[in-house]
Design a protein around this ligand. Structure first.
Ligand SMILES: *Cc1c(COP(=O)(O)O)cnc(C)c1O
Length: 355
């Protein structure tokens, strides 16, 4: 009787997902603050009612990938659907790297980029962002080449800094490294689709773009996409588990992505909320100069850097508002008007009490 967990499992630091708590304002998970409109919910109910529950899902989610391709103007045969982009990140790490090979990511960035490499027994090197959370394409290229990295993986625009690199900067990286470059564009919809590298996958043998439906309105169904050239898409199809996206998610995801007007207007509403939140926080900063540093967001959240981020986090929590705490900064998701107002007045109250 001497079973012991292996080293990687004994060392594992589990990801702690945020739990939905009744009565709390959740600005902590970058979800959309809007539920789907009634008309679309009705269509979904009808489609769900027709489900062949006794059959497996379509293994390649053809209808769904077609709807995705149409909305984002990419080729259908460049698309792989996943059970959230989390599944795709895990697939990329565990298949495009051999044991002991190196993936480069940036710090701070999405926590899953370091979580999966630890499980896959690959090396993960994090390149620290400089002051003002900046990072240059030159630095990234140098590090990737110097380390003989096999993959470079980061979010653009970045979660949690809210900042983005331009399309030109991203392509410069793709052209100048020998590694596979995975650009996670989870938040690109809230910035500027002309900065997206979607469509460029055709021109490079080392580019994969990740997308998710979680931030644009349907976090509940777990749906993400990888976009890559035909060859890489063939590999992704070959290594994924056969029925990775369930039938209900395929149906709901197809209807969601086909409702292009709804998607566009929801995206706009989230951008409007983000701008209002950003302006509100800026106004608070003007009344309390130097209280924190604020970044110009190209996402659906704003990032505030301050030395005692944990104290503010605790104060907000005590007032029923949950935001995401990082070492030395907070990430606040754009919410409804009421939610944003609650956050802003509580932030102001905290700064007044503190002084
Ligand atoms: C939220 C988020 C994801 C997660 O996407 P899922 O499709 O919900 O798994 C991926 N990448 C980044 C950068 C995110 O912030």
């Amino acid at each position: 009787m001497a079973y012991q967990l292996n080293e990687k499992l004994s060392r594992l630091q589990p990801y702690v997902p945020v739990a939905e708590t009744a009565g709390i304002i959740h600005l902590d998970a970058n979800e959309s603050f809007l539920n789907l409109p009634e008309t679309l919910r009705q269509k979904i109910s009808e489609a769900v009612a027709q489900t062949s529950y006794h059959r497996y899902p379509d293994p390649y989610a053809v209808e769904l990938c077609k709807a995705f391709a149409a909305y984002y103007h990419v080729k259908e045969n460049h698309v792989t659907a996943g059970n959230g982009s989390d599944e795709l990140i895990s697939l990329l790490i565990s298949n495009f790297l051999m044991k002991g090979e190196t993936v480069v990511t940036t710090d701070p960035d999405f926590s899953m980029y370091t979580f999966y490499p630890a499980l896959a027994e690959t090396n993960c090197m994090e390149i620290c962002k400089g002051n003002n959370f900046s990072i240059s394409s030159e630095d990234l290229i140098c590090k990737v080449q110097e380390l003989h990295a096999r993959m470079l993986l980061f979010s653009n625009p970045c979660n949690p800094t809210s900042l983005g690199l331009t399309k030109q900067q991203i392509l410069q990286i793709v052209k100048n490294v020998d590694a596979l470059v995975v650009i996670d564009e989870a938040y690109m919809d809230f910035w500027d689709l002309s900065q997206s590298v979607l469509g460029e996958e055709e021109n490079y043998d080392n580019l994969i773009v990740l997308k998710t439906c979680s931030k644009i309105g349907v976090a509940a169904i777990r749906l993400g996409f990888a976009v890559s050239n035909e060859k890489l898409t063939g590999i992704l199809h070959a290594v994924k588990s056969p029925y990775n996206v369930n039938t209900l998610t395929q149906k709901i995801g197809s209807l969601f992505l086909q409702a292009q007007d709804v998607l566009r207007s929801r995206t706009k509403a989230i951008q409007t909320s983000r701008d209002a939140l950003q302006n509100g926080v800026e106004a608070v900063l003007q009344r309390h100069p130097g209280a924190f540093q604020l970044y110009r967001s190209c996402t659906n959240f704003v990032t505030l850097r301050l030395p005692r981020a944990d104290a503010l986090h605790t104060y907000l929590m005590a007032h029923g508002i949950s935001v995401r705490l990082f070492p030395g900064f907070l990430r606040v998701t754009a919410g409804s008007e009421t939610e944003n107002a609650a956050f802003l007045s509580t932030l102001e109250a905290y700064l007044e009490e503190e002084n």
